[in-house]
Write a protein that binds this ligand. Sequence first.
Ligand code: ATP
Ligand code: MG
Length: 462
Amino acid sequence: MLKRLLNLFTSKDSGKASGHRTSDGAISIPRDQHNISRKNISQAAIKIIKQLEDAGYSAYLVGGGVRDLLLGNHPKDFDVATNAKPEEVKRLFRSARIVGRRFQIVHVRMGREVIEVTTFRGHHEDSSQHASRSEDGMLLRDNVYGTLETDAMRRDFTVNALYYTLKDFSVIDYCKGVEDLKNRTLRMIGDPETRYKEDPVRILRALRFAAKLGFTIDPKTAKPISELGNLLLNVSDARLFEEVLKLFLGGSATATFNLLRDHNLLLHLFPGTDAALKANDELGANLIEQCMINTDKRIRADKTVTPAFIYAALLWPALQQQFKLLSSQMTPAQAWVQAGTNVINQQLTRTAIPKRFLIPMREIWDLQQRLPNRLGLRALRTLDHPRFRAAYDFLLMREAAGEALDGLGVWWTNYQTANDDDRERMVKDLARQGGPKAGANKPRRRRGPRKPKTDTTNSGNE
Ligand code: ATP
Ligand code: MG
């Protein structure tokens, strides 16, 4: 399929992109030599481009939209590049909103769609007041405007720098992106090391696109990745959280996670988990793999996935390691709570975890401790917990990863569908067998002050 599509816009003999050279050195591929059809483009993006053109500006479809259409895939979103300045775009569209400081982008809402409109970027060598760099070479501000050509050079990968124009429906290629698309190669535009230093998030983008598109990363583009991984520390924790989510929510989480490990990037993104996996925590590695496989399946089936669940799995090996460490110093319940707090505190030095995900993540963890305790009314109470379903799924995942839990998953599967009488019987059977936590049937009388409860879901982290 891919071959057939790409043959449409490549000449058979040279393997190079066909089309003709424009006066500024780009290759222009006419409409009959590529497979982009207007009917596959978002109507909102088309309207915005037309409106910009009617106002006298030039505007193009660019980025993942063009790349994915050429590959015969469904684009996730559509981006527009124009020579209109953000303020000019804003004046043209009532629903436009300028976002971002480092890179100003305009979000134009049309119906339910939001199209990102960016102004052509220019070179910033002649460091003006509109651009600045940190000591590490990171671009702190980049609002220097330029031409279509400079805009192409300022994009990240060659396959992301293809433009589609509604003027004559051709594809414009400044960086041999079509050739790389054909060869399934992800190649950084310009000097990879400099470009990663300018914006370390490009490191993650390289792995994300390689995994998602099934492309090989060109050796020169791949080489600096593991060496420069520590630059990710310079990225704000909020942006890093967003980028990490994109790594796992794009339908290729499994492949992405493997690439992260191959390039030693877990060390910088999830240091606790990295340490546990390097200490050969096989169950932990399996659990994450199971989670990634499930996530990819759910996304393919258009089901929701929650970042809390993914983070619960990604940090599970770190939690286990901490728990083991602390268990010799305190009760298991205390060790569990303290381990959770330590792991979260360490993680927050790398990526943010917004509260709306942090709280359910801890609930999933804490319920793992509660699920074996089923005597008396405990099972019923656990079943009633708003996070039960996620915790149960997590439990099944632990078992699928190879953890021996004495049939706990099956027990809970049956318990959920059983009627009241059967549920009572199941619990009594457990007690009779002297099953897990037997004797806990009636709450034990305590002497002295109560120990902290296991269910301290949100303790210390809000
Ligand atoms: P997808 O939307 O499918 O994840 P995309 O390539 O469209 O992929 P976006 O994040 O939507 O990615 O960005 C749109 C385009 O903007 C990219 O294709 C690329 O040309 C450019 N771009 C985005 N982020 C960067 C960056 N950090 N450095 C340079 N160019 C970038
Ligand atoms: Mg996009």
